[in-house]
Design a protein around this ligand. Structure first.
Ligand SMILES: O=P(O)(O)OC[C@H]1O[C@](O)(COP(=O)(O)O)[C@@H](O)[C@@H]1O
Ligand SMILES: [Mn+2]
Length: 659
């Protein structure tokens, strides 16, 4: 029992009594919450660097990173043939697509329906064991909740109920409700299989479907996001940062991936296209030919236009970035003022005292006397693009979702989740970031830039502060000390204009070598108030070169990198096609996925993703909800309810309802 003189104020207890208006209501809440703590913790999945590969993402979420297939094998391994199990799995993953196909193709619809419903109920029932009945009911639409609940909690084998149960199945079929119930059961299975999803950054860029992933995450029952550099870039663009807008467009054009910009967010490329056509009409723009997938369907004219647009926006980007760097000297990025280092007459650039010939010397919009000044036409293009970004309802909705459900890092159940790094010096100390005479490092630095990024989006009453925040969002995209980037430079200019590959190298922050040592990981865990002996840092951002023998598990298990290359651009480097880290009530598992073909093939050919799963850690006992952060929150609620009960009983608060 909590102590009587808890410091919970009477005012707060009065508020609480509105929600629990009687002694019995408060007691019932205590009973339910206390029992909840005894349930096994929910299964959580961690993903990162999905980079717009929406079909692969959808599949690994729908198939529970392979856990649903394993359970089907376990439950139906003897009763069903492998083709029947594959069919059932595909139906569970894509009920809305596979269900209609099956109903049209099976010989005996009613028989298939009955059998399938019974199997899905059985499968679903096995997953409900970890949930309160009320929670499961909360996942169901009201028009089917009663029936589903009766089917799920049917007392197996009780003579009197068998006919009752069978009749429900038969009547579902007879009333033509099979598809509704198959879909409901399948979606319930997907929900029950994964209690919570953690996305550790880089939803956007390179692949075509970031906007589709965001829509899907907005519908997901429990999700948190730790922003990646690509995410904060799009968030900065949505906030109205011109430097971020230019980068977002350049990156999309680089991959010829206009779906998110044009179809997802309705951003018109017309102003940029017409400006590029006119300004670069005689320029082959060869260095800016987009990196296109083999199966692209662009015409040669379209590819040429994309190249002209990419060059046009790249020059605008460099100018805008120079402006940011000059107005934020504390970013210490003057080495990136590259336009000022170019001898336009000779077509060379001097970097670190070394002269490099430029592979492209056509800069029709650059005035050597003021290289980072936008021409009136460039400014007009940026003005129109800015309006397009600000007025895109879907982009603004996704951005607000990322702010509401996301952050720079997350401390969760003793673990620390962030996309990139915590900037360190060679000696393993946290790198200080100095501004206005103040020094920020480690956790205080991450907290500061998290808040400044939010100001960059929300602080519309204070334009100067908002601009400061928007510049921070650009800083987080590409600055050496950014916790989302962590490389000495983003060598976009060098990779485009300089042949010498030595200038293309992006030296990583010392964090990336120190992260292999347990003491650095332990230092970071302690910095964030976590147990250095048991906590785990979970990162994305830098692809794990699995094919070359690199392990995702670093620092004796204190740090795990889960960027397994969902992005097709990185699969050569990683040798796999993405990781899912799985934390359930017994184990910490790492699932390594093989490449995913397509949703169409997954449904029509019943192809699944081959996933190899390895146990990373086995918990000493089954972890309960009571062992988690959520459990600690619930315990707090229980303590408050005991105080309320006490207040009712001591006559300090009157009952509002006579239960
Ligand atoms: O070759 P691409 O796709 O342009 O990517 C190169 C750029 O992307 C980065 O790797 C950042 O993107 P990631 O966070 O996805 O790695 C930069 O370091 C690099 O300059
Ligand atoms: Mn990244």
């Amino acid at each position: 029992m909590p102590n009587k003189d808890s410091d919970i104020s009477l005012k707060y207890l009065n508020l609480l009594s509105e929600k629990h208006p009687s002694i019995q209501a408060a007691s019932t809440a205590i009973i339910n919450l206390t029992a909840l703590l005894q349930l096994p913790k929910g299964t959580e999945h961690f993903l990162s660097d999905v980079h717009g590969e929406h079909e692969a993402f959808e599949h690994v979420v729908r198939n529970g990173a392979g856990s649903i297939w394993r359970k089907i094998e376990e439950m139906f391994g003897d009763a069903l043939t492998k083709p029947e199990r594959r069919n059932l799995a595909t139906l569970i993953y894509y009920p809305e697509l596979k269900g209609p196909l099956m109903l049209r193709s099976v010989a005996d619809r009613d028989e298939w329906s009955r059998l399938t419903l019974i199997r899905l109920v059985r499968f679903c029932r096995s997953l409900t064991a970890k949930y309160r009945r009320e929670t499961v009911r909360g996942f169901l639409h009201s028009h089917v909740a009663d029936t589903i609940e009766e089917l799920l909690y049917d007392q197996q084998g009780v003579e009197s109920k068998t006919a009752y149960y069978q009749s429900q199945i038969d009547t579902i079929v007879a009333t033509g409700s099979t598809l509704t119930f198959i879909t409901t059961l399948a979606e319930l299975i997907q929900r029950l299989a994964v209690a919570r999803l953690h996305i550790i950054g880089d939803i956007y860029d390179r692949g075509p479907g970031a906007h589709i992933i965001l829509d899907s995450l907005m519908q997901y029952h429990q999700v948190d996001i730790q922003w990646g550099n690509h995410d904060i870039l799009w968030m900065g663009a949505a906030a109205g940062s011109e430097a971020c807008i230019a980068n977002v467009i350049r990156f999309s054009l680089r991959y010829g991936n206009m779906e998110t910009l044009e179809n997802g967010y309705g951003i018109s490329m017309l102003p940029l296209a017409s400006f590029a056509l006119e300004t670069y009409q005689d320029d082959p723009c060869e260095l800016f030919i987009p990196k296109l997938p083999k199966d692209h369907n662009f015409t040669s004219q379209e590819i040429r236009l994309l190249a002209q647009m990419q060059k046009a926006i790249t020059i605008i980007q460099f100018k805008l970035e120079s402006q940011v760097i000059k107005r934020r000297p504390h970013y210490l990025m003057n080495d990136r003022l590259l336009l000022d280092q170019i001898d336009y007459a000779r077509g060379v650039i001097t970097l670190g005292g070394v002269e490099h010939p430029l592979r492209d010397t056509l800069f029709p919009t650059i005035d050597p006397a003021a290289p980072d000044a936008l021409t009136p036409q460039e400014q007009s293009v940026m003005d129109k693009l800015l309006q397009s970004f600000l007025n895109s309802r879907k982009l603004q909705q996704h951005t607000r979702f990322l702010f509401a459900n996301g952050s720079l890092y997350l401390v969760h159940d003793g673990n620390l989740l962030y996309h990139g790094c915590v900037a360190m010096n060679e000696d393993g100390e946290f790198r200080a970031f100095n501004v206005d005479g103040e020094s920020f490092r480690g956790r205080t630095f991450l907290d500061r830039v998290d808040r400044l990024a939010r100001q960059g989006y929300f602080d519309i009453d204070n334009p100067a502060q908002k601009q400061y925040g928007m510049d921070v969002m650009w800083f987080l995209w590409c600055a050496p000390q950014s916790p989302l980037f962590g490389k000495e430079k983003m060598a976009t200019f060098e990779r485009a204009f300089i042949a010498d590959k030595a200038t293309h190298v992006e030296q990583r922050n010392p964090y990336y070598s120190l992260r292999d040592t347990p003491q650095s990981a332990r230092k970071i865990l302690a910095e964030f108030g976590l147990d250095p002996d048991r906590g785990c840092i979970i990162n994305g951002h830098v692809p794990v070169k699995v094919g070359k023998g690199e392990s995702p598990i670093k620092a004796n298990g204190r740090l795990i990198v889960i960027d397994g290359g969902f992005s097709r651009a990185y699969q050569k480097e990683t040798g796999i096609a993405g990781y899912t880290l799985i934390s359930n009530s017994r184990y910490l598992l790492l699932a390594a996925h093989q490449p995913f073909e397509s949703t169409h093939k997954a449904v029509s050919e019943e192809l699944d993703i081959d996933t190899a799963t390895e146990v990373i850690a086995t918990y000493p006992r089954r972890m309960l909800i009571g062992d988690t952060d959520r459990g600690r929150e619930i315990q707090g609620q229980i303590d408050e309810l005991h105080a309320l009960l006490h207040a009712y009983r001591e006559g300090l608060i009157k009952e509002h309802r006579l239960d």
